[in-house]
Each structure stands twice: as C-alpha cells, then as structure tokens.
Design a binder for this molecule. Structure first.
Ligand code: GAR
Length: 207
C-alpha cells in the first residue's frame, strides 16, 4: 500500500472526503496540522488515524517550522503528501524534498487567483465561473503541474460563501479521485502538464 500523509489547518472536510473514499492501495498514515485545534484532527483521531500537530507559532522561523514538519512527515514514510486546506506557505526546501510527491488543492481555477480570498476576488472581477484546482506542489505558490480542475457557475446575487460552498462540493469529488490516480501510478508529469495513463472512465467524466 502507498502511505499517504495529509496536512490540514482547520475543518478538514477535504481530508474527510479522501479518508471516506477508501482508496484502494492507499493507507492514510497520518493526518498532521500546524494548528493543534484543527477540527479535522479530532475527526481523524476518532477513526483511529494517527494524528499530530506542530504549532507554527512556536517556531522562530518558517524554515525551522518546515524542517520540523518534514521530520514529522518523514517518520510516516510517505509516498504522497496531501495538502488539504493546509494554510501555510512552504519553503523551497520543503517543496524540493517532496517534489513530485506532494499535491495541493486550491479554491480557484489556476492560474487565476493564487493566494487567499479567491472566491471574493472572482466575484469582484465579475467572473461567471469559479472552481478549484488540484496540482503538484512546487516552490512557486499555487503554480505546479495541474492534475484536475472543477468548474462551477457564479450566479447573480452570490456571496463568497455561496461560491465557496458550491466549489467545495466539487473539491470533495475531485480530490479523492486525484489521490486515487496518484496511488494507481497513472499521473505522469511532463513539464507543467500532467498526463493521465490508464485513466478510468469515471475520472475522464469528472474532467
Ligand atoms: C478548501 O476550500 C481548500 O480548497 C482551501 O481551504 C479549504 C479547506 O477546507 N485551500 C486553500 O485555500 C489553500 N490555499 P477543508 O479544511 O474543509 O478541507
């Protein structure tokens, strides 16, 4: 089985969708957080998944925090590190260490709206669609090779919360599929493109 370590900062609904998917040949080795009070940690622990947290506020620098996080993560011998609402910018050292084996979900249609407050910014720009992107992590923020994207409409009168809820439902569909594709060995990185091999019909439909 492939070991998967999931990093969260809060609610952890994407982490839950991955756990609940019972992905073949995937072992959720640990759920880790920078936030000891992350609600998702308790959810995972209740299900017998190993959990731990490192409070980033207790570290003198981003480098020291990321290094400690790497030591913690590596203790679980991960084949894949999944950033599921992990709200920390990662150092180049961290990104390099997990190159091609770390994926992130971002709540926008990249390359538009990197960073924070993505749905409000899409509304402010008058966008008619919003969405989410699952991508490999590189040292450039929200910029690695794209694995999957999901699109939802923006309708008149929407608030950022309305858009977030609509997008989140799609996140919960796409993320377990992306993890399953990685575990199955069907994602090949070709520069900024990800080519899917042995693609199941279901994942083709989701795209
Ligand atoms: C999700 O919408 C995810 O796309 C976003 O945070 C939320 C976490 O929710 N991630 C980012 O903004 C990363 N920069 P969750 O904790 O319920 O999965």
């Amino acid at each position: 089985k492939k070991n998967i370590v999931i990093l969260i900062s809060g609610r952890g609904s994407n982490m839950q969708s991955i756990v609940n998917a019972n992905i073949p040949n995937a072992h959720i080795a640990a759920v880790l957080s920078n936030n000891p009070n992350a609600a998702g940690l308790a959810w995972a622990a209740e299900r017998g998944i190993r959990t731990a947290s490192l409070n980033h506020k207790e570290f003198a620098s981003r480098e020291e925090f990321d290094h400690a996080m790497m030591v913690l993560i590596d203790a679980y011998e991960p084949d894949l590190v999944v950033l599921a609402g992990f709200m920390r910018i990662l150092t180049p050292e961290f990104c390099k260490h997990y190159e091609n084996r770390c994926i992130n979900i971002h709540p926008s249609l990249l390359p538009s709206f990197t960073g924070l407050h993505t749905h409000q910014r899409a509304l402010d720009e008058g966008c008619r669609v919003a969405g989410c992107t699952i991508h490999f992590v590189t040292e450039v923020l929200d910029n690695g090779a794209i694995i999957a994207q999901g699109v939802v409409p923006i309708v008149d009168g929407d608030t950022a919360d309305d858009v977030a809820a609509r997008v989140l439902a799609v996140e919960h569909q796409l993320f377990p599929q992306a993890v399953a594709d990685f575990v199955a060995g069907s994602l090949k990185i070709d520069g900024k493109r990800v080519v899917k091999q042995n693609q199941a019909d279901k994942s083709a439909q989701l795209l």
